[in-house]
Design a protein around this ligand. Structure first.
Ligand code: IVH
Length: 696
């Protein structure tokens, strides 16, 4: 194995040299593919990349170029061919080779003892060997590989027929397009697994949705199931789905004598060896049910630390001979059992609905419910997003409602229970005018939100101020929503420029404002004058412009007012900027009041030129590579990486001889060990890193 890695690393070096010297030729195509497949495997399956993203892109683009020039050399399982034809029609319905059954559920150790008793009786065995693995909370899929090639991917559907979603399945990087089943004597293999979106990507995806005025998805499960069914494979690719595969539903052998795996754990090993992400590392083979119960309890404790959602464990009798003895019902196999973790759901009563006006005037209904503890957090207030949600869920004041909170996801109302209504429940009346200023409200076509039309609406002004000072915007400590509200009501703070002209004399007369807190507030406000430009752009509260978009705009200009010169087409040339965002930014910068506001802020001493861009030109980290590991205490990981890039350095994705600096945070693990072993990498602390970029 090690030799193979060495060989492929060497091959990669050679190919990269050729690419850099522009000496790559069509005869290199197969080797390029081999190298790319290997690095995709290291990255997506083993989570241990050996080359930087940049180098991967070099290889990928060069293969793409060669294939473009030589279309007859393109093959279906080339790493470039994940994006196939789009799905224009309905998804064709296809039969599963073997029905996809469900799992029986258990909720406590009694249920598991019961399951074990039956298993021992049916197999006439004293101690059963079990294989236990996580129950991934995503969408189930079935994949068919024929002669080592992925030929079909389908949803579970009703278990007998599913939808053929092959182009979307090909977008999932943890699924190889080719896998050497023939080496195990298998000709056709139907594999089952679960498609997931990890918590981080889910969060980012929801942020983007909200930035664009959309409604966030309730949980990663819905996001993965929904994504599998969209008709644009490129978009599917963007959403970064992942998949675990956990069983071989059906197989045919190349020759009759050949035998497939004999246990479930062997199957997981085999799938792993074939290049899939199976739960080989997560599973445990255990003797008897007591060991199973303790493992399940241990795993439940780590649930929140995993990068993806799981909703329980799956316990499987390991031996296939024993599985066959136990058989199945029409619904589930008798040899497997799901052990469901404690629900993160609760029921409560819908007491009232408040209507809040946001900084761009959107009116958001917020449900007030009787406080209910869910997964260690008390929930009493839940956003209902918009009028349609209220209608779709047919919610009424007084209803009993089911509330869910999945992981770090915001809580949401799953449904109401109409069968529990007493007749006293009242319909929720969406306001006809702005609940804050009584002005007209409008709902644009294709938009879910009603909006207040009065730009000077007090609720909007207040929300804009709160947003401006908030942690992810200008980050003014001591100017949180409570103080802003207080100052606003007293007329001490009614516009953004006034943040820099506060009447401290008047503030010092207020209760709770001593010398010390006033000095701290002054210092915090002074500090914001040199905040990086992207924070100011975000703080301006432009519709549809969130943190990510703000960074894109900041990178594109030398001074914020340069954005005045971008028309909608020019704006859309920027990364990920679509027509909606472009139109909003264009309108914002064509509005004289906004330009006046920005000039005003500059006169008050705010730094509105792109300082970082200047540092970038200096490029004092030019061609130096960095990697961060462990928990950073002073910077967010994304901020640290951005600092590297803005200073001309680059981020690599794994520890290899290519890495120059490993920046070590708290609780650093295997990457640090590996870097120490390699010896050539400079290992530095977060403070040392900050000093290197002039931030100490
Ligand atoms: S085995 C014959 N293993 O749970 C049933 N299922 O409630 C084979 N699931 O539809 C399923 N993680 O989508 C199995 N490690 C795992 C699983 C798993 C998640 C899902 C699967 C199935 C559902 C049943």
């Amino acid at each position: 194995m090690k030799d193979k890695v060495k060989k492929l690393q060497l091959l990669t070096e050679v190919l990269l040299q050729k690419i850099k010297k522009e000496k790559i030729v069509p005869a290199d195509i197969d080797e390029l593919r081999e190298a790319l497949r290997f690095h995709e495997y290291r990255y997506y399956i083993q989570n241990d990349p050996l080359i930087s993203d940049y180098e991967y892109d070099l290889l990928y683009k060069s293969l793409e170029g060669l294939e473009h020039e030589n279309p007859d050399l393109v093959v279906a399982d080339s790493p470039t061919q994940r994006v196939g034809k789009g799905l224009t029609k309905e998804f064709p319905s296809v039969p599963h080779l073997v029905p996809m059954l469900s799992l029986d559920n258990s909720y406590n150790s009694e249920d598991l003892y019961d399951f074990d008793r039956k298993a021992r009786e049916q197999t006439k065995t004293d101690v059963i060997e079990y294989c236990v693995e996580p129950k991934f909370d995503g969408a189930s899929i079935s994949l068919i590989y024929e002669n080592d090639k992925l030929v079909r991917g389908a949803t579970r559907g009703d278990g007998v027929y599913g939808d053929d979603i092959t182009p979307n399945i090909r977008q999932i990087r943890t699924l190889p397009l080719t896998a050497a089943f023939s080496a195990y004597g298998l000709q056709i293999a139907e594999i089952r697994g679960e498609v997931l979106i990890n918590k981080n990507n889910f969060k980012k995806f929801n942020e983007q949705l909200m930035e664009q005025g959309g409604q966030p998805l309730a949980n990663p499960r819905n996001a993965s199931a929904g994504t599998l069914r969209i008709k644009d494979p490129v978009e599917v690719g963007r959403r970064k789905l992942e998949a675990f595969v956990y069983s071989l539903g059906y197989y045919s052998t190349l020759n009759a004598k050949q035998k497939g795996p004999e246990t479930h754990s062997e199957t997981l090993e085999m799938l792993w060896e074939l290049g899939f992400r199976s739960p080989k590392k997560e599973m445990k083979v255990l003797q008897g049910i007591d060991e199973v119960i303790s493992f399940c309890n241990e795993y439940e404790q780590q649930r929140d630390d995993l990068p993806y959602e799981i909703d329980g464990m799956v316990i499987k009798v390991n031996s296939f001979v024993q599985q066959d003895k136990m058989g199945m019902t029409t619904h589930h196999p008798r040899w497997a059992m799901a052990y469901k973790f404690k629900a993160r759901q609760g029921t409560s009563k819908l007491i009232n609905v408040d209507f809040q006006v946001g900084r761009v005037g959107s009116i958001t209904p917020v449900a007030k419910i009787e406080p209910v503890p869910i997964g260690g957090v008390t929930v009493s207030s839940i956003s209902l997003f918009n009028e349609d949600v209220i209608k779709e869920k047919d919610l009424r004041i007084g209803d009993t409602v089911l509330v869910e909170r999945a992981g770090d996801v915001i809580p949401y109302i799953v449904k109401s229970f109409p069968e529990l209504r007493k007749g006293t429940e009242k319909p929720i009346k969406f306001p006809k005018t702005c609940p804050s200023c009584n002005s007209d409200i409008v709902r644009a076509e294709e938009e879910a939100a009603w909006r207040c039309t009065n730009i000077n609406c007090p609720a909007q002004v207040l929300e804009r101020l709160i947003h401006f000072a908030s942690k992810d915007a200008m980050d003014i400590r001591g100017l949180g929503s409570a103080n802003i509200e207080k100052f606003y009501k007293l007329g001490l703070l009614i516009s953004i420029p006034q943040v820099y002209q506060l009447d401290y004399e008047a503030i010092s007369q207020l209760e709770g404002f001593g010398m010390r807190s006033i000095e701290n507030l002054k210092a915090a406000i002074e500090k914001t004058k040199t905040q990086p430009l992207h924070r100011l752009i975000f703080a301006l509260g432009i519709r549809f412009v969130g943190e990510t978009m703000s960074k894109t705009f900041a990178r594109a200009v030398d001074h914020v007012l340069d954005l005045k010169n971008f028309d909608e087409d020019a704006l859309q040339m920027l990364e990920d900027v679509g027509p909606k965002v472009a139109s909003s930014v264009y309108q914002f910068f064509q509005n004289e009041d906004n330009i006046e506001l920005i000039k005003n802020l500059e006169n008050l001493g705010l730094q509105l030129a792109n300082e970082k861009k200047k540092v970038f030109v200096a490029g004092n980290l030019k061609e130096i590579s960095f990697l961060f590991t462990g928990t950073l205490t002073r910077l967010k990981r994304s901020e640290a990486e951005e600092l590297v890039e803005q200073n001309g350095g680059n981020i690599v994705s794994g520890v290899s001889s290519k890495l120059n600096y490993l920046v070590v945070g708290e609780d650093a693990g295997s990457k640090l060990e590996k870097a120490k072993k390699l010896g050539s990498i400079k290992i530095i602390s977060e403070d040392q890193f900050l000093a290197m970029v002039g931030k100490n």
